[in-house]
Design a protein around this ligand. Structure first.
Ligand code: XMP
Length: 512
């Protein structure tokens, strides 16, 4: 049985971040429902418990409460934010109700480093987000740190190995936060730091097998990082019980369909059904120039084609998706706070409920960089693991205005040259995205002695951390020159290449 750190989830948007930090310390953690019975935690081999934060007040009618017996398990407990208030409330201290929440930076002054703050400076900048506050310590506790607003910002019961902190050690804004967590995990819980990506894969494989049984799993393979790695992982678990459907919507880049075929069918021996639906997509897009209408048509047609192709696969029990944790937080209202709804993501719950399939999402708890490590460990090539993002509607939003086969072909030709040059120069791996955009304007050029009245291609190369903001990449001019001259020389129908030098905001990464 693995040594497990239990993270009890009281609804904080940071719960998964806590789990991630524990993984960063190479220790296995599992997120549990806040009311999980203590006996279940014991049976799982839990050696330490973290009580997450949460949006509730301990005084609220429906305040989420843990099983009180967790305090008698004899394992160390760390309460974070709402977690410390629970400790104050349930262990006979006193908690003051507050009508407003405090957010933001504070300075923690450490009174006693003890085991939790061992090796850390006396003062730390910490990130607070809390409503209620501990006013009187529960019996057995002492204060080990204070902030401007609270003498009990960090508390400890030495005998029982209980700790409470009012700030969030898991977030980036808290200085040395990971060290505080590591001190708890290693110094107090005595956890072994030997958990690796390989262990994640092994466990995920076992979980997938249990969950799926002998049913068939369907996965919509796009060739992107998330769906590719999900496919490889599920395939490792259940082999030929997995069927992938790759829809060619006629809006793919050059060679994309062929490379999916080569990699997954021939190399990985995955059951991939390539569905050529380009004719229906392009027919429905005919005459449509408005970007949002194009997106809607592409989205709807995809669902239709996907559903139809399911029929040829036969009865299936599960729909697999490469949903990652950031997709999940962006898609659900967190706790009781609807303002926390950031945006509805296209990946999550994307396919209609009427398909009556259960969801299989083995990457749901991971962050992108962790997923890439899983992909690399599964043996996927760098081209897949580090592939740049590609929008679902594909070249449909890169041919501005009405889409025709001719325009798509011109764009494919130009884009293939850009990708090739980016790869050869190594720049492909350094930027967030690099692509061409087809501009439906004609400009005059000369070829030999002849006037050439043809289209314009824009180069869009950007750097970004999360696509929320982006800046245009300062590619070396010699490289830009080479790309430009190759495109105008090799792609018929292009007379001019321009470089997009707009940042996001105010521009977006894509042009539509
Ligand atoms: P924008 O253009 O909004 O793009 O700055 C941000 C990121 O999202 C990608 N993108 C999309 N992805 N469906 C997708 O799956 C879409 O409709 C879509 N639009 C933009 C874009 O490539 C960039 O990485």
């Amino acid at each position: 049985m693995p040594q497990t750190i239990a993270v009890l989830d009281f609804g904080s948007q940071y719960t998964q971040v806590i789990a991630r930090r524990v993984r960063e310390c190479q220790i296995f953690s599992k997120i549990y429902h806040h009311a999980t019975p203590a006996a279940e935690l014991r049976a799982d081999g839990v050696i330490g418990i973290i009580l997450s934060g949460g949006p509730s007040s301990v005084f609220a009618k429906k305040a989420p409460m843990p099983d009180r017996a967790i305090f008698d398990l004899g394992v160390p407990i760390l309460g974070i934010c709402y977690g410390i208030q629970l400790m104050g409330h349930l262990l006979d201290g006193q908690v003051a109700k507050s009508d407003h929440r405090e957010y933001g930076h504070g300075v923690l002054t450490i009174a006693k480093p003890g085991r939790l703050f061992a090796g850390l400076p006396k003062k730390l900048t910490v990130w607070n987000s809390h409503g209620d506050k501990v006013m009187k310590l529960p019996p057995g506790f002492v204060s080990i740190g204070a902030t401007e607003n609270s003498p009990f910002a960090a508390i400890e019961d030495r005998k029982r190995n209980f700790f409470g902190i009012q700030f969030h050690p898991e977030v980036f804004h808290t200085e040395r936060g990971v060290d505080v967590l590591r001190n708890f995990l290693v110094g107090v819980c005595k956890a072994r730091q030997d958990w690796t990506v390989r262990d994640f894969i092994e466990k995920a494989v076992a979980d997938i097998r249990t969950q799926v049984g002998d049913e068939r799993v369907i996965l919509g393979l796009s060739g992107g990082v998330d769906s590719s790695i999900a496919a490889a992982l599920i395939h490792r678990a259940i082999g030929q019980q997995l069927t992938c459907i790759f829809v060619d919507n006629g809006l793919l880049r050059r060679g994309e369909r062929e490379s999916v075929d080569a990699l997954y069918q021939r190399n990985f021996k995955l059951d991939v059904r390539i569905v050529d639906a380009s004719a229906v997509f392009l027919r429905r897009l005919k005459g449509v120039a408005e970007p949002e209408r194009k997106r809607k048509i592409i989205g709807r047609t995809f669902v239709e084609v996907f559903e139809k192709s399911l029929k040829s696969v036969g009865p299936a029990g599960f729909l697999a998706q490469g949903t990652l944790y950031p997709d999940v937080i962006e898609s659900v209202a967190i706790g009781a706070n609807p303002a926390a709804l950031i945006k509805t993501h296209h990946n999550v719950g994307g396919l209609p409920k009427r398909m009556k399939l259960k969801l299989l999402e083995p990457l749901r708890e991971l962050f992108k960089d962790e997923v890439r490590r899983v992909g690399a460990e599964l043996g996927l090539p760098r081209e897949v693991v580090w592939r740049q993002p590609f929008p679902g509607p594909g070249l449909g939003v890169r041919v501005l205005g009405e889409i025709t086969r001719d325009k798509l072909e011109i764009l494919r030709g130009a884009d293939a040259i850009l990708q090739e040059e980016m790869m050869t120069s190594g720049w492909y791996w350094k930027v967030w995205q690099s692509f061409c955009v087809f501009l439906p304007v004609k400009s005059v050029g000369v070829v030999g002695d002849e006037r050439n009245y043809a289209y314009v291609i824009a180069l869009r190369v950007v750097e970004s951390i999360d696509a929320m903001t982006a800046d245009w990449t300062r590619l070396p001019y010699d490289l830009v020159r080479k790309i430009s001259s190759r495109i105008t020389n090799e792609v018929r129908g292009v007379s001019r290449v321009v470089l997009d030098v707009s940042s996001k905001p105010p521009a977006t990464i894509e042009w539509e």
